[in-house]
Design a protein around this ligand. Structure first.
Ligand code: RET
Length: 273
């Protein structure tokens, strides 16, 4: 039997609301992020705009996915008046969508940073291939693992998780080195932001691992509270690793644009005259 954690527990109305509310906040935040990135696109010089485009794509795919998850959650559980709980109805909740969304977002998030880094042109495709490929591999391994989160959390789930950690460590090391090198050539203010991005990356990407581990935590991990907890962790990780990360990269692009003589305020005043 292949089963997600949510499908094997019974929710109190409060737990049901906690999950469906946080899923709603999750997609609302990404739709808001979508508007933000579309509207601020012209603040950066044309050479940085593909980076903003990547944020737009990430926002849209995440917002739609989280909406899909919320609908799936609402459809799967029905209120049972006798026990006053939410129990599984005729459909099941499919958590795997989350991983399939990462397949789009992880390679984009990893390679998006290249636009504000100085990477030699001839190395660019190599790095895209290494980071994008390792990112996708990690997601696929994690996706296979999540099928075992109820039937064998300390066996197969753990096994696939450890397998997924190998590409994770590989691309994180490259990302850390490339962004670390940038601290010496970025303008002062941009370097300070890059420092924050590095910490944010480490914190938020590791949160996904924490959420993945929840079903392994014995009775708690296999309970409705466990399901609520991991949905919250995933949502916090999503907002930090996609929205805040994108905003900070945008800040670096704006600083670099200005340093290179592109000033949107000046351009707009000129046009207005
Ligand atoms: C898994 C399985 C356990 C081992 C590791 C994992 C890492 C997942 C990460 C996911 C990042 C997702 C992002 C999504 C954006 O949309 C698959 C949980 C290492 C790092 C950034």
């Amino acid at each position: 039997m292949l089963w997600n954690l949510e499908n094997s527990v019974v929710f109190t109305p409060a737990q049901f609301d906690l999950i469906s509310n946080i899923l709603t906040i999750g997609y609302a935040a990404h739709f808001a992020g979508l508007a933000y990135f579309v509207l601020t696109r012209k603040n950066v010089a044309p050479r940085y705009r593909s980076m903003t485009t990547m944020s737009v794509v990430v926002m849209l795919s995440a917002a739609l996915l989280l909406l899909r998850l919320d609908i799936s959650f609402g459809n799967a559980f029905v209120f049972d008046p006798t026990s006053e709980t939410y129990v599984l109805g005729e459909a099941t909740y499919s958590h795997g969508y989350r991983y399939l969304n990462w397949l789009i977002d992880v390679p984009l998030l990893l390679t998006q940073s290249f636009f504000v880094l100085n990477i030699a042109k001839r190395d660019l495709w190599g790095y895209r291939f290494k980071l994008g490929g390792a990112g996708a591999l990690m997601v696929v391994l994690g996706y296979v693992g999540q099928f075992y989160e109820v039937v064998d959390p300390l066996g197969m789930l753990l096994w696939w998780g450890i397998a997924a950690t190998v590409p994770f460590v590989y691309f994180t090391a490259i990302f850390w080195r490339l962004t670390g090198e940038s601290l010496s050539y970025l303008p002062e203010e941009a370097a300070a932001t890059m420092r924050n991005i590095r910490y944010l990356f480490m914190f938020s990407w590791n949160l996904y691992i924490v959420a993945y581990i929840v079903p392994m935590l014995g009775d708690f991990g296999q309970s409705a509270s466990g399901a609520v907890t991991r949905t919250y962790i995933f949502t916090v990780a999503d907002v930090l690793s996609k929205i805040i990360y994108g905003v900070l990269l945008g800040k670096i692009a704006t600083i670099r644009s200005k340093a290179e003589g592109y000033d949107i305020e000046q351009l707009e005043t000129q046009q207005a005259r």
